[in-house]
Design a protein around this ligand. Structure first.
Ligand SMILES: [Ca+2]
Ligand SMILES: [Ca+2]
Ligand SMILES: [Ca+2]
Length: 610
């Protein structure tokens, strides 16, 4: 009998254990794709090169999340060493973009470098956690970006070109009936100057953000009380005059006081894609009149417009002293992570630890900063000025030395590199089709011509397979060199959709002479010209495509002469033109039928599409 009782006890225990095993192995509900350790391939028949959180070369399993059989959580396996960074840096006023980077100084730490062979070249890089160097793998946050439409539910444009594919600066809908542009409002802004330089209005890339806040969030914020009960759409615009403006899209009137950061912003800011009232914004210049300070990247709470975080761009662990932040950051809402490159050559991956309580209006962040630092292999000019584009967990950036990098944002390991031969500031655009995932990029006539070497160089427009780095096609246009105001591609191309889905449209500066340019519509598959338009006035401003309710795509394009054109992107025909004062380096954004852009005329313009 005793033996029998033991047998039954064992049997019951076995059944309980088996049941427990089945229960605990079940996937919890509500997981995002990024949480899944074994995500299904979204495309049939793809090879293991497809980026997903588990398929890259190194183990992507976050060591801190590994659980041994006993269910106890192990200590994180991230190993760091604390290093002494020597902080002898020049006065802010002596920091300028022409100071060459130094790769073998006191803060280089070659003993902690990681290496990888890419294209038969040894590529060297480092990982930092705060100011410590990571000697193990980095922590894996399981970032996994979905389709561009999934970037945000916020109504509006929250980042440069709208999402992580960087393919759309137009939100909402409109019916184009008259094919006309109408000036609705202007807002006067200022300029700054220092030395012999003068910076008026809005510069490159200078795209405004346009947001229709949720009712609950709008009521929390310090906007004009008379606007709190209205259906406000707010324009948020950091400019060259040192202010960040907050305007009513309807009439251009201030919705609240500007934030005065005291120094010029050249690039484009970002609003939190979760609809949280958080503004992420960089700084382009480090001097204003007699004042000088190191560049900062700033995060503001838009509840009270107070700064809640900042990063100094001139920092001892960077190889380059110039610390501007022009790129528009991308935020992964699932993992609470900000991805922000700097012109100092560092790529910042920031776990924000955001705490936002919409009921009480309590908002705080507690950032943990992981940094990727690299040594260039093609040219010494490091630093990023374009905005990161992302496919799933693969991030794409090109730098001032013409190195195109694909980096796994989870492991911060380089995946592939390409030599694109000259400074590349234009933001890369991604496209996913039945044939694969592709990126489009183009460079400037800059480094190849510098120091009087040659008076002109070919702007090279290229299409790459984004997963493998294979070059699909290349098309070249000769551009003249001008120091400071380069020829070539500075704008971001339009990736055709809907009725122009076969086209990719680039506008190239200074083809032929210092004033003129070309707009070219290329066949996406072949790179062959479909149409070419010679432009009397070149442009650094990105064209913006948008769809009319009747199914036809139109395009807005601004130029150096201060003209804004409504264009038929099927053939390049100009349908209407209005003046927006002076040189437009900035890229417009569109919300329903309203276009917003700032120009060298020291004004922001609100223009209606009719
Ligand atoms: Ca810059
Ligand atoms: Ca550059
Ligand atoms: Ca350049």
């Amino acid at each position: 009998m005793k033996i029998k009782r033991v047998f039954y006890s064992l049997l019951i225990l076995t059944i309980i254990a088996a049941a427990a095993l089945i229960l605990t192995s079940k996937e919890p509900a509500g997981k995002t794709a990024g949480d899944n350790p074994n995500p299904p391939a979204l495309t049939e028949g793809t090879s293991s090169t497809l980026p997903s959180p588990t398929e890259s070369e190194n183990s992507n399993q976050s060591p801190s999340k590994q659980e041994p059989d006993g269910g106890q959580i192990t200590e994180p396996l991230i190993k760091t060493v604390t290093v002494t960074l020597s902080e002898t840096m020049p006065e802010p006023k002596n920091v300028n973009p022409d100071i060459p980077p130094v790769f073998d100084g006191n803060n280089s730490f070659p003993e902690y470098a990681k290496t990888k062979i890419l294209n038969n070249i040894e590529f060297t890089y480092w990982h930092f956690l705060g100011s410590d160097i990571i000697t193990s793998e980095v922590e894996n946050p399981d970032i996994f970006f979905g389709s561009p439409e999934e970037y945000t539910d916020v109504e509006g444009i929250t980042t440069f070109r709208g999402n992580h594919f960087r393919d759309n600066a137009a939100y909402g809908s409109r019916l184009v009936s008259e094919k006309k542009l109408e000036l609705v409002w202007t807002k006067d802004i200022g300029s700054i100057s220092y030395g012999n330089t003068y910076w008026p209005g809005v510069g490159w890339t200078g795209q405004p953000l346009i947001i229709r806040w949720d009712d609950d969030v709008r009521k929390l914020m310090n906007i004009d009380p008379s606007l709190k009960q209205t259906d406000l759409v707010e324009v948020i615009y950091p400019t060259l005059d040192g202010n960040i403006y907050f305007l009513n899209l309807k009439n251009g009137k201030p919705t609240r006081k500007p934030i005065d950061i005291g120094f010029s912003t050249k690039g484009t800011a970002s609003i939190d894609p979760r609809g949280y009232p958080i503004l992420y914004t960089g700084q382009g210049l480090n001097q204003n009149g007699d004042n000088a300070a190191y560049h900062e990247y700033r995060i503001f709470s838009l509840i009270d417009q107070k700064q809640i975080y900042s990063i100094k761009g001139t920092t001892p662990e960077a190889f380059r002293l110039w610390g501007a932040f022009d790129p528009s950051g991308i935020i992964d809402r699932n993992t609470d992570t900000l991805i922000q490159p700097g012109e100092n050559g560092l790529l910042y991956r920031i776990k924000l630890n955001t705490d936002f309580d919409i009921k009480s209006g309590m908002l705080s962040i507690d950032p943990e900063v992981t940094k990727f630092r690299y040594k260039p292999v093609f040219d010494q000019n490091i630093g990023y000025e374009n905005s990161p584009a992302i496919y799933r967990n693969y991030l794409y950036l090109a730098d001032n030395g013409g190195m195109l990098q694909c980096i796994d944002i989870n492991t911060l390991e380089p995946v592939w590199i390409a030599n694109i031969e000259d400074d590349t500031d234009s933001t890369i655009v991604l496209e996913e089709t039945d044939e694969g995932v592709f990126l489009y990029t183009g460079n400037e006539a800059d480094i190849r011509c510098d120091n009087g070497r040659i008076p002109s160089a070919n702007c090279q427009l290229r299409k790459f397979n984004a997963l493998t780095g294979e070059l699909i096609w290349q098309k070249e246009y000769n551009c003249i060199y001008q120091s400071g105001v380069n020829g070539g591609l500075l704008s971001t191309p339009v990736i055709g959709k809907n009725d122009i889905s076969d086209l990719v449209i680039f506008n190239i500066a200074k083809t032929g002479d210092a004033k003129s340019g070309k707009m070219v519509a290329l066949d996406k598959r072949t790179g062959n010209e479909v149409w070419v338009k010679n432009l009397e006035n070149y442009s650094w401003s990105s064209p913006v495509d948008f769809l009319s309710d009747d199914g036809k795509t139109y395009m807005i394009f601004c130029d150096f002469a201060g003209d804004m054109h409504l264009i038929d992107p099927k053939n390049g025909e100009i349908l209407d033109t209005i003046s927006v004062g002076l040189n437009v380096e900035a890229s417009p954004a569109i919300y329903n039928d309203m276009i917003v852009v700032g120009t060298y005329a020291k004004k922001i313009y609100g223009v209606r599409i009719k």
